[in-house]
Design a protein around this ligand. Sequence first.
Ligand code: FCB
Length: 468
Amino acid sequence: MTRELPAGFRWGAATAAYQIEGAADEDGRGPSIWDTYSHTTGRTRNGDTGDVAADHYHRWAEDLTHLAELGLGAYRFSISWPRVQPGGAGPVNPKGIDFYSRLVDRLLELGIAPVATMYHWDLPQELEDAGGWPARDTALRFQEYAAHIVGALGDRVHTWTTLNEPWCSAYLGYGSGVHAPGRTESAGALAAVHHLNLAHGLAGRMVRELAPAADLSATLNLHVIRPVSESAADADAVRRIDALANRAFLGPMLDAAYPADLLADTAAVTDWSFVRDGDERTVAVPLDVLGVNYYSTTLVRAWDGRSTRSTADGHGRSEHSPWIGADTVEFLPQPGPHTAMGWNIDPSGLTELLLRLHREHPGLPLMITENGAAFPDLVADDGAIHDEARVDYLRRHVAATLDAVAAGADVRGYFVWSLLDNFEWAYGYDRRFGIIHVDYATQARTWKDSAHWYRHLVTKGPSSSLSG
Ligand code: FCB
């Protein structure tokens, strides 16, 4: 396989506001659903919250020097809606805008392309109190928020990404409740799917209007779903999960229509009357690039209704399934190796996913907006962090990306998740994804071996870094 990089390919690193910024009460920031959720007893591991996180709000300038030293061409960060528009509606908070404006300017000075996500899960609490994503009004408020931030930052931002993983926002936030706001409402979760899609379309149109030179994208955590056997029943299990996980977003975003089988499979839960005439066209704003987050694969089979049903889908434990209307599907534990998240390591899934998108949506540029792994990193006596397992994970997934490129997929970039150790949602600080270690007691940053490896890859090119 060739290890050539396409012209203009960008290496980057990704973060998200609530996971790194801290400064939860500073400079006029309002509360988000993740503040409320993480401050609720029993919701996060060890009761961890994002109050301080990696203190990036104060250390951002230092953090950007790490990006520059890594030699990266792009940085994917997210803008905190409650920092910019504390109540989720009405006036903007100038100090919030200023923070991101300074960040973007500094990135540009360093020659690093800013890739800004508008929404990485931190919904202003006031909007949740008014109904959250199951309510249509939230999508309209998102359009207004998008107009403010695109108006302020415009095409200084290289790529605007409307949403990060709406799958998680809808199904984990409103279905299984393992993410904020922690609601468990089947019909509400599907309404959230639609209003997130609608929010994407409305905000995307703001980017087109106000920053025509910027690229527009959305980031999806598409699932690579494999059947246990070649039986027709198992194939149907794959189809159902593919509809909920993938086509519920790809359908309206790329083809201006929800898939008929998704509507049929969930008919007992909702009639989808929240989808109004013209909505699907609005959602299908043309994209310049689709962001793909990839970590592992999913293994399913048709459930026989008799044996105890396994629910090992890798998305946390709850009595409520995020897989609305898929009670006949069983999620099976996967063979190892696994990361500290319990996710199986299978780089071939990434190649498969990129080639599927290339086949089904020819001409659509792709970008890996997240890929990485949590491992129990140990700080050695000399202060170094020898995270060979992460280096191995990254090496194999970069190779898998380049395999897809060699087979024709138009992949424009790769962002490692994450630049820094951070608040891993319900897992708190217990799971470390950074290529840079954060000592939470001192906030000291230390490059792990994976950061040194990544720098070598980025500056010397893939051929020297992918063997071994
Ligand atoms: C993704 C999220 C990101 C991080 C990684 C591990 O689902 O987008 O914030 O939590 O998983």
